[in-house]
Design a protein around this ligand. Sequence first.
Ligand SMILES: [Zn+2]
Length: 49
Amino acid sequence: MSRYEFTCPDCGQTIEVNEEMREATLAHGCPVCGADVTGAAFAPNQSTN
Ligand SMILES: [Zn+2]
């Protein structure tokens, strides 16, 4: 499953999200403060085991 680390550019909250949550956050904004976010707020969070 794809996972991303979301860092809100407005409130600074960091949340680990999956692809579905990433899409929802892009569509609806930060789940904490509601700020508009772009794809740049997400970094791939891949485990290497
Ligand atoms: Zn926020």
